[in-house]
Design a protein around this ligand. Structure first.
Ligand code: PAF
Length: 284
């Protein structure tokens, strides 16, 4: 596997792949890779001639400096894992390589038609603008045929679908296919996340209350209304010592608008486990 750190080298390598008519898979990540990322890389390796994985903790999507500073970083282990999975290129630039000083300072702005005004977007203003800023730049540079994202960040996936559909109108990203991949969980049910590395053993045990409650809510949905299930999930998680719900919203899987029935609905939750902010979701 080749490690690339500059945009210039990346462009050259991509051009060579295109000349050889190789299909390109892209897996954008922020590193601290785990089995969830590995599942995306495996799928890309299976479906494309070459796979690029970006490993870049994107500063413009963090609205909390402390969160950015504490985000786990493990480039050596990431490179080893990616090589073992059969990825062809790891793109690991510095922030200075990706952004001019001006770009670091000013907020990139994209009209999401309201998709960014709920849940994560509401709690982390500007977050999705930063995500789209980096993801669209990666699409321009790597020109992938397929790009892979985990369903754990469900709203991010919906927003990227929206961005690509809008850009397709202008033919920007060609025939790029966005592929969402299911959440990977530990046997205990805990959704894999790079942020889990920040949990103590005890906090990890406590965090199990999140997925456990979401799974229980599938049963509750058989007899209760959407609003009642939302409230019961919030109350059940908050009753667990060490967990505090930021939001739980049951929304339509495509529009992210509040659901009135469980048909085509998904419940998205964000919970603080001590200082660590965890997200998870469940489809009804
Ligand atoms: O999901 C992530 O890890 C990030 O938001 C992404 C898509 C790599 C953009 O920085």
């Amino acid at each position: 596997m080749q490690i690339i750190t500059t945009q210039q080298e990346l462009t050259q390598v991509v051009e060579a792949c295109k000349l050889q008519r190789k299909s390109i898979g892209l897996v954008p990540t922020m590193g601290a890779l785990h089995e969830g990322h590995a599942s995306l890389v495996r799928q890309s390796v299976e479906q494309n001639t070459v796979t690029f994985v970006s490993v870049f903790v994107n500063p413009t999507q963090f609205n909390n400096k402390e969160d950015l500073a504490k985000y786990p970083r493990n480039p050596q282990a990431d490179a080893e894992l990616l090589a073992s999975l059969g990825a062809d290129f790891m793109f690991a630039p510095t922030p200075e390589e990706m952004y001019s000083e001006q770009e670091m300072k000013e907020t990139f702005s994209f009209d999401f038609c309201g998709l960014d005004k709920v849940m994560e977007g509401k709690m982390r203003p500007g977050h999705f603008n930063g995500v789209v800023q980096i993801v669209s730049r990666l699409f321009y540079l790597v020109k992938p045929d397929r790009a892979y994202f985990g369903e754990k960040d469900y709203q991010q996936l919906a927003i990227i679908h929206f961005m690509v559909e809008r850009s397709e109108l202008a033919g920007t990203f060609g025939n790029l296919q966005i592929i969402g991949c299911p959440i990977v969980r530990e046997d205990s049910g805990l959704a894999l996340s790079s942020r889990n590395a920040r949990l103590s053993a005890e906090e990890k045990e406590t965090a199990l209350g999140i997925s456990k409650t979401l799974f229980q809510s599938l049963e509750w949905a058989k007899t209760m209304s959407v609003k009642e299930v939302e409230q019961k999930v919030i109350d059940t998680i908050n009753a667990i010592d060490g967990l505090e719900v930021e939001y739980y919203s049951i929304v339509d899987q495509s529009t992210l608008l509040p659901a009135t029935t469980f048909e085509h609905a998904i419940g998205c939750v964000t919970v603080y486990c001590g200082p660590v902010r965890l997200i998870d979701n469940i489809k009804y």
